[in-house]
Design a protein around this ligand. Structure first.
Ligand code: FNR
Length: 183
């Protein structure tokens, strides 16, 4: 079987490392996984006043999640947490109450940073946010990619072998997890 994974990129930046990592993962994923790399530019602000007649962009995002077999977050850390655009998208996907579009979906988290700590605080915050609204989160292996600043060439290709290796290990483990959860 082929499993579709909504791969949510936590940065809107054109040259985003998170986006490059998501694209690299899409290329190295085993044949059983199709990574649908999804940026959050067009998701409007969550506002409870709009819930009775939700904007089309919310409905599109929710439907995409519902049709998927899993969700992979690839995100930077902003001020020791997740970027606001990512929290907004999670809030949008989590509603209406009790009908989260993430429900039952196996989740993977790939935090990253050009700095030393690999966005670990962002990943930990996601682990706090998600359990009430999603399926299970892959616990092992963990991945907090640090020093990603020199991992890509000017064409956006992943050139750092150590990064390539851990990403491959992660996506293989995630594929096995998704398969198990979708059985
Ligand atoms: C950052 N950055 C950052 N890095 C980190 O490791 N821990 C942090 O808490 C923060 N905080 C932070 C706040 C804000 C507002 C910005 C703009 C940046 C640096 C961040 O890791 C760096 O800009 C990444 O390149 C952002 O990810 P993308 O856009 O490359 O995916």
């Amino acid at each position: 079987a082929t499993y579709t994974i909504v791969t949510i990129v936590g940065s809107l930046r054109k040259a985003s490392f998170s986006l490059k990592i998501a694209n690299a993962l899409a290329k190295m994923a085993p044949a059983s996984l199709k990574l649908d790399v999804t940026t959050l530019h067009d998701i409007s602000f969550f506002n409870q006043d709009l819930e009775a007649a939700p904007p089309a962009d919310w409905l599109r995002f929710r439907e995409k999640l519902q049709k998927s077999n899993g969700v992979l977050f690839v995100t930077p850390e902003y001020n020791r947490s997740i970027p606001g655009v990512l929290k907004n998208a999670i809030d949008v996907g989590s509603r209406p109450y009790g009908k989260s579009s993430f429900l039952g979906k196996p989740v993977g988290i790939v935090s990253n940073s050009p700095g030393a700590l690999g966005g670990v605080s962002a990943a930990k915050h996601l682990q706090n946010i998600l359990p009430g609204i999603s399926g299970p989160i892959l616990g092992q292996p963990e991945i907090y990619l640090n020093a990603v600043g020199d991992a890509f060439d000017e064409k956006g290709e992943l050139v750092k072998e150590a990064v390539q290796k851990v990403l491959q290990q992660y996506i293989d483990a995630f594929a096995a997890f998704v398969e198990q959860q979708n059985r």
